[in-house]
Design a protein around this ligand. Structure first.
Ligand SMILES: C[S@@+](CC[C@H](N)C(=O)[O-])C[C@H]1O[C@@H](n2cnc3c(N)ncnc32)[C@H](O)[C@@H]1O
Length: 240
């Protein structure tokens, strides 16, 4: 059984995830930085640095949401960044941010599902995704399509929450993640489920070596996992 945001409602995981992000989109950025103490910004920066040597010119940001990872990727000075997402609410917040910084000629945000990407094979120099893959309805199908649209020699960088393993950090973190974070999230976002879904979906997500084996099944090679911040978050790098 896959973890869905609204257990009492009908609808596929994809539909429920899109509905949930539409609902929380006005508060998403604020809550992200508040609940992570701003460390999410560092995680995205760290991931983008991994692409510095390659200088990819055309980048695809999957599950772009409000565009934070795409905006971070501007540091690579690419010609074009395309961000796709299934939540129109998140995309709209993202478009306004991009307009504000005057980068709409480089970053284009559009509707798109990771499992059936509206792009030709081998098109992008790099594919990136932060905090998106955990929400896919079918992880293998999503990763396989990401691999399809990336050119041979290209690099894929995935950032996702993972489960810390060491005592006592694991215990303290789990208490915060399962009890405090959902309370604050519910109060600010007014969505009853979104911040309960967050720890539940992280718990159910195949992290570390389990993720790497699905990554490889999707066709990525030279894969590696880089754990960050006591293993709360991991970066997964894969090539084609
Ligand atoms: C936690 S947000 C991450 C947004 C952004 N990447 C960031 O780092 O802040 C997850 C996003 O994944 C999107 N998403 C979930 N499943 C998707 C799919 N199958 N295809 C495209 N986007 C998807 C959601 O709509 C949501 O905007």
């Amino acid at each position: 059984m896959s973890v869905v945001p609204y257990k009492d409602k009908e609808g596929s995981k994809r539909e429920q995830v899109a509905e949930m992000f539409d609902t929380i989109s006005p508060k998403y950025d604020f809550l992200n930085h508040l609940l992570s103490g701003g460390i999410d910004i560092y995680w995205r920066k760290r991931a983008i640095k991994l692409l510095r040597k390659e200088q990819p010119k055309i980048i695809l940001d999957i599950a772009t949401g409000t565009g934070d990872f795409a905006i971070e990727a501007l540091a690579l000075k690419p010609e074009k960044i395309v961000g796709v997402d299934i939540s129109e609410g998140m995309l709209e917040v993202g478009r306004q941010k991009i307009q504000k910084i005057g980068k709409q000629h480089i970053i284009e945000l559009r509707s798109g599902d990771s499992e059936s990407l509206p792009f030709a094979d081998n098109y992008f120099d790099a594919v990136i995704v932060s905090f998106g893959v955990r929400n896919f309805e079918n992880l293998l199908a999503g990763l396989t399509d990401m691999q399809r649209v990336m050119r041979p020699g290209g690099t894929c960088v995935v950032v996702e929450f993972s489960k810390p393993k060491s005592f006592p950090f694991k215990q303290v973190y789990n208490f915060y993640f399962k009890h405090i974070l959902p309370l604050i999230g519910k109060m600010v976002s007014k969505d009853t489920s979104a911040y309960t879904y967050l720890p539940e979906s992280v718990q159910a997500f195949p992290d570390g070596d389990d993720f790497l084996s699905i990554y490889q099944k999707a066709g990525f090679i030279n894969t590696k996992c880089i754990p960050l911040t006591f293993g709360i978050c991991s970066i997964y790098v894969g090539r084609k």
